[in-house]
Ligand binder design. Structure first.
Ligand code: ZN
Length: 242
């Protein structure tokens, strides 16, 4: 074993498996076989991080933000990376599923061009404003219960959740639409919207631990302010685009 880290020259002790300064593994692989096995274990560690992060992101509102708040961070995908990755996923799905490809009359075509522009270039930019806005709104209502960073992480996790479930919905609804079962989509989207509201309420409860009635009042306040902001931004964009 080396006495000093080959990467940064930090002195190493017998019990160190990783350099305490730069994090490089103390045993540097010297064969293709160990090189490949390290690569694969890194790869699958990332894979297990995805599994460990996505399930609670969908099924356990507030859990990931709470884990972040108490300092358990490395075992999950970092919130900002998750937010950016899932927003890309959502807009890729949106790109593939929007537009019917059928021949349309000029009025419909103009409308289509408008919505393509709205979803393709305006919405993705607006979302990067909405995320910090919701963080600000949450902090406004819950600032006695934690620092702004926690409200910020809560907002990133909430939006990541929205992108994931509505992205998956986009794929599923396209399949139903192609199969001619549009009624199923109406049910699905209603159920999803209801779950999304519940999800935010439950997240705030889990993260900030207010009494349920107080949490409900604050949640309603936050939702009203956030929806007003969404509507105002959408109206403004539609006005600017047309
Ligand atoms: Zn080192």
């Amino acid at each position: 074993m080396a006495d000093a880290c080959p990467n940064c020259d930090q002195e190493l002790l017998e019990e160190h498996a990783f350099c305490p300064s730069c994090g490089q593994a103390v045993i540097v692989e010297d064969s293709v076989r160990s090189f490949l096995s390290h690569f694969l274990s890194d790869y699958f560690a990332f894979d297990s991080k995805i599994g460990r992060s996505m399930r609670p992101l969908v099924l356990k509102p507030g859990f990931l933000t709470n884990e972040f708040a108490i300092g358990r961070r490395v075992r999950y995908i970092p919130p900002l990376r998750m937010f950016i990755f899932l927003s890309l996923f959502f807009f890729v799905v949106l790109g593939f599923t929007s537009g019917s490809g059928a021949v349309m009359d000029p009025d419909r075509l103009q409308e289509q061009v408008f919505w393509d522009r709205f979803f393709g270039s305006v919405l993705p930019k607006m979302v990067f404003l909405f995320m910090p806005c919701l963080a600000g709104i949450i902090h406004l209502f819950y600032h006695r219960k934690g620092p702004f960073l926690i409200a910020f992480v809560a907002s990133m996790h909430f939006h990541a959740f929205v992108f994931l479930v509505f992205g998956v919905y986009g794929i599923i609804s396209k399949l139903f639409q192609l199969g001619g079962a549009i009624a199923v989509n109406q049910w699905l989207i209603s159920a999803l919207c209801a779950y999304t509201l519940f999800y935010l309420w439950r997240s705030l409860q889990v993260i900030f631990k207010e009494p349920p009635w107080m949490n409900t009042v604050k949640f309603l306040g936050a939702v009203v302010v956030y929806l007003m902001l969404l509507v105002a931004a959408s109206v403004l964009t539609v006005y600017l685009l047309s």
